[in-house]
Design a protein around this ligand. Structure first.
Ligand code: HEM
Length: 205
């Protein structure tokens, strides 16, 4: 049966796992008592149990303006500002110019605040789009993102009590860790969109 374009790769490991349980002697494409006639996506005798959930294939972004997802639009800012914070810390370490410590304070604050706003749009998408809510990968992304936001918040809050003294060593360490975490969060978010096709348009328009 042809695969729906919204069927995702996170289905594959479960299908393979089920294949081992059912034995290897089935001819390809022959159903060994697997569910039939449900109108569900099925690859030979196997199917993903979460495909039974209502709205499983409904993965289009709904938190969007004219079809453009707000989450994808907003995450660029905290990602860029996290890198800016680390860069400003490095320049402060190199030059000792307090301008860079002040720049890092502002970049850290904006990274956190816009990050919270971006996470809000992502959370709405996660909770209200059935096909996104059903997939474990989306929840994994949310978990990584919450860790990131905690570090971004700590990095900003620590600097509020003396932005110059805060940079070395703990400020720059927090910034370095933030860069790693924002990379992990963004990379995983990209997987949701490009590999699993979450938050995309069904019509392609
Ligand atoms: C709890 C918070 C978050 C949740 C629940 C969440 C959820 C999602 C979901 C469901 C998607 C799939 C696309 C969509 O439906 O719009 C996505 C994509 C993405 N997320 Fe998040 N997200 C959160 C926070 C963040 C944060 C803080 C960042 C980075 C600063 C981030 C970076 C990304 C990126 C880069 C994408 C791919 C966007 C694209 O290429 O179109 N997310 N996120």
């Amino acid at each position: 049966m042809a695969k729906d374009k919204n069927e995702t790769q996170d289905d594959q490991p479960q299908q393979e796992g089920q294949a081992q349980n059912k034995g290897d002697d089935a001819a390809p494409g022959v159903d060994q008592g697997g569910k039939q006639g449900h109108g569900k996506e099925q690859e030979g005798p196997y199917e993903d149990p979460i495909a039974d959930l209502p709205g499983f294939h409904q993965t289009s972004s709904t938190i969007a303006i004219a079809g453009h997802p707000l989450h994808a639009m907003s995450v660029a800012f905290p990602i860029a500002l996290t890198f800016c914070t680390f860069g400003a810390d490095l320049f402060y370490w190199w030059t000792g110019d307090s301008f860079w410590a002040r720049a890092a304070l502002w970049a850290a604050g904006m990274a956190f605040l816009i990050g919270v706003a971006a996470a809000f749009t992502g959370t709405l998408e996660l909770l209200f789009v059935p096909g996104i809510r059903a997939r474990a990968a989306a929840w994994t992304h949310a978990g990584i993102a919450v860790v990131l936001l905690s570090i971004l918040g700590a990095n900003w809050g620590y600097r509020l009590y003396g932005y110059e003294e805060a940079v070395l060593p703990y400020g720059i360490l927090l910034s370095g860790f933030s860069v790693f975490m924002v990379g992990a969060t963004g990379w995983h978010g990209g997987k949701l969109v490009f590999d699993y096709h979450l938050g995309t348009s069904e019509t392609g328009s």
